[in-house]
Design a protein around this ligand. Structure first.
Ligand SMILES: [Zn+2]
Ligand SMILES: [Zn+2]
Length: 369
């Protein structure tokens, strides 16, 4: 073998402290795949980690959303996780977490909860194979990490986000159950909310979004939401609940989806639903932040609550196929509104943090390097 290529990565040493580090790129171990990053996205959870608020990931190589180009296959790798033949140069999307198949949740088939999900992501960059995150020129897909070829009719620019919000909401809406003619009330129109609207519509459901920011309301409309409840206009839980009833023949929504990420939204959920409704909690992920919750109303209304943290990894394939089938019907391509070189990651994070931009993409290979 000749000399190994070298690559760069973005390392978070402590909150808001970033360094660009350079390492030789190791060969992939058996079962692993070495890739080059085509595009990585700045996600809400990156901002969360960058500020030091993530409960598990405090330092490490940043980045989890990406599409990658296969550059070397480890021994024994001939296909992706759907059995599609794989070769160098193929564009793939990896799940951003591992599924060890040995921990307690994995042994019970709950791969979304794998205790070793972030075994590599949170490792220090000195430790081979160094390229543990997607804010990098290179990325290692580990033997326990699901990945799929991106269908040729899916724009890589759109596919770069498939391994996060879209996969998670496809999984979540399966968990809570959304069917034909259901009414789904979506609390929040960020990335998770927009994907919820698209998926619910494709299932023949009616959608109502509760939101109070103009830009987000506009996006929700572009994604085809049926009704908007602007919480600047409907200022109390009672007013919003009443409005949902007006829109649902007086009964309330069949399904509620919390993707606002504030505990008060969760506490409001039961009031927006019909008796016997179903509720999916996704947005609140910070332990130790509480809201007053009316448990009696929950019980009396007979509401089922379920959660979706990450996703069963095969949902990534469903997400890519969803984009192949329906991607053109929604303005997915407009969701990225700023593009940066990898070395300008600081600016990308800062501008995302102040919401000067909505969604930033990083292109590690846009410079000759
Ligand atoms: Zn993400
Ligand atoms: Zn596991």
């Amino acid at each position: 073998m000749g000399a190994r290529p070298s690559g760069k990565l973005v390392y978070l040493s402590e909150p808001e402290q970033l360094e660009i580090k350079e390492y030789d790129v190791p060969e992939p171990e058996p079962g692993a795949v070495l890739t080059e990053i085509e595009q990585a996205n700045v996600c809400g959870s990156e901002l969360h980690i960058w500020r030091g608020h993530h409960p598990e990931v405090k330092e490490g190589v940043l980045g989890h959303e990406a599409v990658c180009r296969v550059s070397e296959l480890g021994d024994g790798v001939e296909t992706d996780f759907a059995g599609e033949p794989l070769e160098e140069g193929d564009i793939v999307a990896p799940a951003y977490f591992l599924t060890c198949q040995r921990c307690a949740p994995c042994r019970n088939g709950q791969f979304n909860l794998c205790e070793n999900a972030y075994k590599f992501w949170s490792k220090p960059p000195e430790e081979p194979p160094h390229f543990h995150g997607t804010f990098s020129t290179h990325y290692f897909i580990h033997p326990d990490q699901y990945f799929y070829k991106v269908p040729e009719d899916v724009n890589p620019n759109v596919a770069a986000a498939a391994n996060c919000a879209l996969s998670q909401m496809l999984y979540g809406l399966d968990e809570v159950g959304v069917g034909w003619d259901d009414t789904v009330v979506v609390q929040g129109a960020g990335g998770l909310g927009l994907n919820t609207i698209a998926i619910a519509r494709e299932r023949g459901a009616d959608t109502i979004v509760v939101e109070g920011i103009d830009g987000r309301i506009e996006r929700a409309k572009e994604f085809g939401v049926d009704h908007v409840i602007d919480f600047r206009e409907y200022g109390t839980v009672e007013e919003r609940a009443e409005r949902v009833r007006e829109l649902t023949d007086g009964v309330g929504a069949d399904v509620g989806v919390e993707v606002a990420g504030v505990p008060e939204a969760f506490a409001e959920g039961p009031f927006l639903l019909r008796d016997g409704g179903r509720y999916l909690e996704v947005g609140n992920v910070n332990p130790g932040i509480n809201a007053d919750f009316d448990t009696g109303t929950l019980t009396r209304k007979g509401i089922d609550i379920t959660t979706a943290i990450r996703y069963q990894p095969w949902y990534l394939r469903k997400a890519l196929r969803f984009l192949s089938k329906h991607g053109d019907d929604y303005p997915y391509e407009d969701l990225i509104d700023a593009e940066f070189d990898l070395v300008d990651v600081e600016e990308a994070l800062a501008k995302s943090d102040t919401r000067e931009i909505t969604r930033a993409a990083l292109h590690p290979h846009s410079h000759a390097d």
